[in-house]
Design a protein around this ligand. Structure first.
Ligand SMILES: *[C@@H]1O[C@H](CO)[C@@H](O)[C@H](O)[C@H]1NC(C)=O
Ligand SMILES: *[C@@H]1O[C@H](CO)[C@@H](O)[C@H](O)[C@H]1NC(C)=O
Ligand SMILES: *[C@@H]1O[C@H](CO)[C@@H](O)[C@H](O)[C@H]1NC(C)=O
Ligand SMILES: *[C@@H]1O[C@H](CO)[C@@H](O)[C@H](O)[C@H]1NC(C)=O
Ligand SMILES: *[C@@H]1O[C@H](CO)[C@@H](O)[C@H](O)[C@H]1NC(C)=O
Ligand SMILES: *[C@@H]1O[C@H](CO)[C@@H](O)[C@H](O)[C@H]1NC(C)=O
Ligand SMILES: *[C@@H]1O[C@H](CO)[C@@H](O)[C@H](O)[C@H]1NC(C)=O
Length: 703
């Protein structure tokens, strides 16, 4: 029964106590319990206790319902049944054997304590729960933090106050913004979120208060100042324009105040008359940018323009109007003062366009003052007039008179010197002598450098007696400045140019042009191809050139001319062979080339794609074996008397014409042949008498 109490003390000690208890019970002097029934005691340890840290002690009292008998005392024994950490802390209880036990150093958690009460043959027990609550949390009140604490906002911008940096140990559950101080406004600004938007502000100093409430209901607040500046609005600048000077009869003027400026716009203009003149005049538009002044009189006026902007700022500027009496300057007549007119002429132009006046010239009047003859004036009341009539050599004087509206006048003289026309004879220039080389397609004699002081009216080219008759004048150019000749042959051409001027004066000049033979004439080679020109395209020509150049002649080759078409049905191709080196070009002798080409063509007549009818130098250089001359056109030899062409070569392809055979020799040889044949025939006939030889004779004749 003592066991629970013993549980709290150490084991050796516990064993000795147990022994003592056992001993005590065994040696009890009291009436034996074995015989008496044990009476129960009703014990109460009171209600369960709840304490909260930091309070960590409590006293428990046991109460027994039954009164002890006389002389009897109850014995109490307290023990701990359970504790939050399971330990049976011995130092926890004080007065374990008393009816009241003091508990100390309790920790948070639930304890169960038990009390047993014993008396004489009586026993009772009770338990009591002690609950130790953890200490109550100490709430720290929140701290309201506003960022920024001070700010300046310039209208029309808006601003923000940020309270979200406010802190609390647990949690802020409520924000509240209020305007503590601020300029008068319809609505004061407030808010219930962590940020406060500052909109529709008025200029002034605001103080805002943020109150934060935490989860425990604790509050804290902070304030922030916001200075709101109104929009910068610069004052306007009045500009009443420049001072005005007017002369009567101009009586009205407009004053321009529209150059006044303001950053936000001017809302009102106001013109007032200032200064000390008390002359009255008609004004209109005093509340507009433009002030119209009318019926002004001579005097000085000062007007002040006051401009006001939307915020009531204003500025002023003055402008002066000087009204001066009428001033009319006399008009100025302006002419060229002196001019020259070359006779013959039938009129003189009188120009007064440069005359001027401050207002307006209303009258022009031209008159002749002097001169060798009286002239008729046309349009004499106009700015520009003309003098007509028989103009004579000498000096004419005219006067221009101008008048303005006020009748003021100005005059100017115009002196016209008339001179006889001096015409110089023209100078012909036929272009000078020159030398040109064939081939040239055309030739010009340029007479365009001929000169005359008044212009050449006629050109005439005439052929000189000594000139070649060849060369055709084309395009009627014999009467033009430039003479054109075509179909030229070598020789000297002489032409005389006669130029005639307006007055029929003339002058002549001759020029000669020597047209020289082509230095390469002898080297030009002419091929006659058997092809129709209608089938010969440019492509064929290029190809042909290529073949000639690379297949036919191994040397470098340059076309003397493009294909020159001389006949309708055949093609004449003329060319020249040059050997080009870096330094020079050397024309190859035509005769050599012809010999070379002939040789090649005889070997292979298809070498040129086209069949060749003839090949020769353009100028026949055939010596005709020294017994004839070559005919230019046909390039065949015309042999001298008693000479003839070699009968055999003449029939061969591409052989040179010649005069190899002497007719005398040919006749003699022919004669000998005839004699021989005749003699032989006669011999055969004689033999024919014998039949035996008949067959032989027939055979021989056949041969
Ligand atoms: C004491 O605590 C125990 C366990 O926590 C529970 O079972 C018992 O009902 C409690 N007694 C009283 C009187 O509250
Ligand atoms: C606002 O505060 C500034 C200084 O912070 C002060 O000079 C000014 O007078 C105040 N304005 C008003 C309207 O109180
Ligand atoms: C708010 O908290 C701060 C910092 O703890 C303290 O200084 C201040 O007095 C408090 N304000 C109010 C109104 O309680
Ligand atoms: C706000 O302004 C008031 C007076 O204008 C001043 O006393 C106070 O210190 C200012 N508060 C802050 C946070 O600057
Ligand atoms: C003022 O008004 C006049 C007439 O309308 C105009 O010619 C001129 O340009 C204006 N000046 C300015 C500065 O706008
Ligand atoms: C008029 O004046 C202009 C400019 O000065 C001048 O070129 C012109 O020759 C003048 N004409 C006459 C007819 O005086
Ligand atoms: C012929 O003369 C006219 C006018 O004189 C000229 O325009 C034309 O160019 C000339 N023709 C040739 C081919 O020179």
């Amino acid at each position: 029964m003592c066991h629970p109490a013993i549980g709290l003390i150490n084991s050796t000690f516990r064993e000795s106590i147990l022994f003592l208890v056992i001993f005590f019970q065994t040696a009890s002097p009291f009436p034996s319990t074995t015989t008496n029934k044990i009476k129960p005691l009703t014990v109460s340890a009171g209600k369960g206790r709840i304490i909260q840290l930091p309070v960590n002690d409590v006293a428990l009292s046991a109460f027994v319902v039954q009164e002890p008998d006389k002389g009897e005392t109850y014995h109490y024994t307290w023990s701990m049944v359970s504790s939050p950490n399971g330990d049976k802390d011995k130092g926890l209880m004080e007065g374990k054997t008393l009816d009241t036990v003091k508990l100390k150093n309790l920790i948070a958690g639930g304890y169960i304590f038990k009390v047993t009460v014993t008396g004489d043959n009586k026993f009772g027990e009770s338990t009591v729960n002690v609950t130790v609550l953890p200490p109550a949390r100490m709430n720290t009140s929140p701290v309201a933090i506003i960022k920024p604490t001070n700010q300046v906002i310039k209208l029309p911008n808006s601003g923000v106050l940020d309270g979200s940096d406010s802190t609390d140990d647990d949690k802020i559950v409520k924000y509240h913004w209020e305007e503590v101080n601020g300029p008068l406004q319809e609505h004061s600004i407030s808010g219930d979120s962590s940020m406060l938007k500052l909109q529709n502000l008025s200029p002034g100093n605001y103080t805002f208060k943020l109150t934060v409430t935490d989860s425990d209901g604790a509050v804290n607040s902070s304030q922030a100042n916001v200075t709101v500046h109104k929009e910068t609005d610069y004052p306007p600048k009045a500009n009443a324009g420049s001072d005005v000077v007017i002369h009567l009869p101009v009586k009205s003027v407009i004053l321009y105040g529209n150059a006044s400026t303001d950053d936000k716009g001017i809302v009102s203009y106001e013109w007032t008359k200032t200064g000390d003149t008390d002359i009255t005049n008609d004004v209109s538009g005093v509340r507009t940018p433009f002030l119209h002044l009318k019926d002004l009189e001579v005097g000085d006026y000062t007007y002040t323009l006051k401009v006001t902007d939307a915020s009531g700022q204003s500025s002023s500027a003055d402008v002066h109007v000087f009204v001066k009496p009428e001033t009319n300057q006399p008009p100025k007549a302006v002419t060229e003062k002196s001019i020259e007119v070359v006779l013959p002429a039938d009129n003189i132009v009188l120009d007064g366009t440069n005359s001027s006046d401050d207002s307006k010239i209303i009258t022009f009047a031209w008159s002749q003052k002097s001169g060798p003859s009286q002239l008729e004036l046309m349009n004499s009341d106009r700015m520009v007039a003309a003098a007509r009539g028989k103009l004579k050599e000498g000096i004419y004087t005219f006067q221009l008179l101008v008048k303005d509206a006020d009748g003021q006048t100005g005059t100017q003289l115009l002196t016209v010197t008339t001179k006889k026309h001096a015409n110089l004879a023209p100078v012909a220039n036929a272009g000078g002598d020159k030398v040109v080389y064939l081939p040239v397609s055309s030739l010009v004699f340029d007479g365009s450098n001929s000169k005359d002081d008044h212009g050449i009216v006629k050109y005439k080219w005439s052929r000189d007696q000594r000139s070649l008759a060849a060369g055709d004048i084309v395009n009627g150019s014999a009467s033009h400045a430039v003479l054109q000749l075509i179909n030229l042959v070598a020789g000297r051409y002489i032409f005389t140019l006669t130029v005639v001027d307006v007055e029929g004066l003339s002058n002549s000049d001759s020029a000669s042009v020597i047209v020289k033979e082509d230095p390469n004439k002898n080297n030009i080679i002419e091929l006659l191809l058997n092809t129709d020109i209608h089938d010969f395209s440019e492509e064929n020509r290029v190809r042909f050139s290529f073949i000639v150049q690379f297949n036919f002649i191994k040397n470098c080759f340059e076309k003397r001319k493009v294909v020159k078409l001389l006949l309708i049905s055949y093609l004449h191709v003329q060319f020249l062979v040059k050997i080009k080196t870096k330094e020079s070009e050397k024309v190859q002798p035509g005769v050599d080339i012809v010999a070379l080409l002939r040789r090649k063509l005889r070997q292979n007549s298809d070498i040129l794609d086209y069949s060749v009818i003839s090949i020769d130098t353009l100028v026949c250089q055939n010596k005709c074996s020294g017994h004839g001359r070559c005919e230019l056109k046909t390039k065949k030899c015309i042999c001298d008397a008693f000479w003839m062409q070699n009968f055999f070569t003449a029939s061969l392809f591409l052989y040179e014409s010649n005069c190899d055979w002497s007719i005398i020799y040919v006749v003699i040889i022919s004669f000998i042949l005839v004699i021989t044949v005749t003699g032989a025939t006669w011999l055969v006939i004689c033999m024919c008498r014998s039949k035996r030889y008949a067959v032989f004779v027939g055979y021989s004749v056949f041969f």
